[in-house]
Design a protein around this ligand. Structure first.
Ligand code: GLU
Length: 489
């Protein structure tokens, strides 16, 4: 960099540093005070996409300085969510609690250069100030009482450190989503950057890390807009380069209120538990506030190719479960069945079933994908392939296990027993032949058979169902059903 600056006319150097040399670095910086929710996941996705698109770096930074509210459980949940979504990071996870020395150093630097000061105002004093300001209908803010005190490091009275925010002029956030946002410095009071116990506060730690990690694009929720001008002022005081900012609008529930637990699942891992594929959720999230023409379905590669922060919508978007479900079904239908099977395997395992005790999951996916919108549905609808059921669906049994149906099943049993090559086409012919031989409609044969082998009247086509089930399970279940019908009729 230095060499370039020496030899290249400055305009050209700037051009190079903007476009070629300074690579893009984004970060996702969650506070581990809960699970990874969809809002956080969308922020992570947009940051990840932007870095991937520009061949840049994506950093994961865990902002765990709030020791009371941060938990290891939340850290684990965030990491698990990122892994499940496939949002791999190039650097990190970094933990802010590991950087306390660095924050102290910067706080000291700001104190020494006159950009920060010790504030000795007591809680009571501040409370009284606040009450007065409220009574006068003024915006509550620190009045700068200690701003001009000489720096006295040895004065150990109870104190915090405040940043000396500029008083004049305005801060302009050149927001890539919302356009320029102008804030007057007089609206910003001198914020606390170190608490009474010396620990740094959020705005300080973010600034130091964004600076040290050379973050070029801060992409985050617009609930942070109020912090941005303060952070820009601190960065300026440190003579650090300002990153570009992109504030993402809120996600709302169907009722227009900010999306929260009461709207249903909001934790990323809950979507996994509910049977969604990660790419369906990613596709859903990418469209939440961003568009590329009227395209709805995006592969990961397309997301990377088309993603532009400039195309992010500045206003809030509404979470729509129906659309997510539709996307999920799309991905279940059109993804490589082997991929879907890998995810289905987890759900089958959750039901206490070992998927090696039945047909190949890939074949189950192919047989079931049309009728199942989630993997939870698919797993539940596939249990009978792996495990004998305890009882028959009452309605289905009543309707199909009628007098004489044991004889139909007995005939099928006889025919199936003789089959050496257990294959759908052969089984299909047997079912047709039995119907014909017994002069019955196909339904009168296929439905009792279905209930006998699946326990219910719903399954993929009977030949597919039987071929997946295998000869042994089919014959055993037919035997049981015959006995059952005899005992009830
Ligand atoms: N840790 C902050 C949060 O979880 C995000 C900070 C940032 O992105 O600057 O809301």
């Amino acid at each position: 960099m230095l060499l370039l600056k020496t030899f290249i006319p400055s305009d050209y150097a700037n051009h190079l540093s903007d476009n070629n040399i300074m690579s893009i670095t984004t970060r996702f910086a969650p506070s581990p005070t809960g699970y990874l929710h969809v809002g956080g996941a969308r922020t992570a996705l947009f940051s990840w996409l932007y870095a991937r698109k520009h061949g840049g770096q994506f950093i994961l930074r865990i902002e765990d300085t709030d020791l009371e509210r941060s938990t290891q459980e939340s850290v684990d949940a965030i990491l698990q969510g990122m892994t499940w979504l496939g949002l791999e990071y190039d650097q990190g996870p970094f933990y802010q609690t590991h950087h306390f020395d660095r924050y102290k150093e910067i706080i000291q630097q700001l104190l020494e250069q006159g950009d920060a000061y010790y504030c000795y105002c007591s809680k009571d004093e501040l409370e009284q100030l606040r009450t007065e300001q409220m009574a006068n209908k003024e915006k509550p803010r620190y009045n700068g009482k200690c701003r001009h005190l000489p720096l006295q490091a040895e004065d150990e009275r109870e104190r915090v450190v405040r940043f000396k925010n500029p008083i004049d002029d305005v801060v302009t956030i050149p927001d890539l989503v919302k356009g320029d946002i102008v804030v007057a410095n007089k609206e910003l009071d001198d914020l606390i950057i170190a608490r009474g116990d010396g620990t740094p506060t959020y705005n300080l730690t973010v600034v130091v890390d964004d600076m040290d990690m050379q973050v070029t694009h801060v992409i985050r929720g617009d609930d942070h807009i109020n912090n941005t001008p303060r952070q820009m002022n601190i960065l300026n005081a440190l003579s650090a380069a300002l990153p570009k900012y992109a504030h993402l609008p809120m996600i709302l529930g169907a009722d227009g209120a900010r999306l929260s637990k009461r709207h249903g699942a909001v934790s990323v891992m809950q979507f996994r538990d509910d049977g969604y594929l990660p790419e369906a959720l990613l596709n859903y999230l990418v469209r939440l506030g961003w568009s590329h023409g009227d395209q709805e379905i995006f592969s990961i590669d397309e997301m990377i190719e088309f993603f532009e922060l400039e195309n992010v919508n500045g206003s809030a978007s509404t979470f729509n479960m129906e659309k997510l479900l539709w996307l999920n079904h799309h991905y279940i239908m059109h993804s490589d069945p082997a991929h879907v099977a890998r995810h289905l395997s987890w759900h089958i395992g959750q039901l206490g079933i070992d998927p090696t005790e039945g047909p190949e999951l890939i074949e189950v996916v192919k047989a079931q994908r049309e009728r199942c919108k989630t993997l939870v549905e698919m797993a539940a609808a596939s249990i009978y392939f792996y495990k004998d059921f305890e009882c028959y669906d009452e309605k289905a049994a009543k309707k199909n296990f009628t007098q004489g149906s044991d004889e139909v099943l007995a005939k099928l049993y006889e025919e199936f027993s003789a089959v050496t090559y257990w294959n759908g086409e052969i089984l299909h012919h047997i079912v047709l032949n039995v119907a014909e031989t017994l002069s019955l409609g196909l339904g009168k044969v296929a439905q009792p058979l279905r209930v006998a082998v699946c326990g219910s009247a719903v399954s993929p086509a009977i030949d597919v169902t039987l071929s997946l089930l295998g000869k042994e399970k089919t014959l055993n279940r037919l035997q049981k059903a015959i006995e059952h019908i005899k005992s009830v009729n």
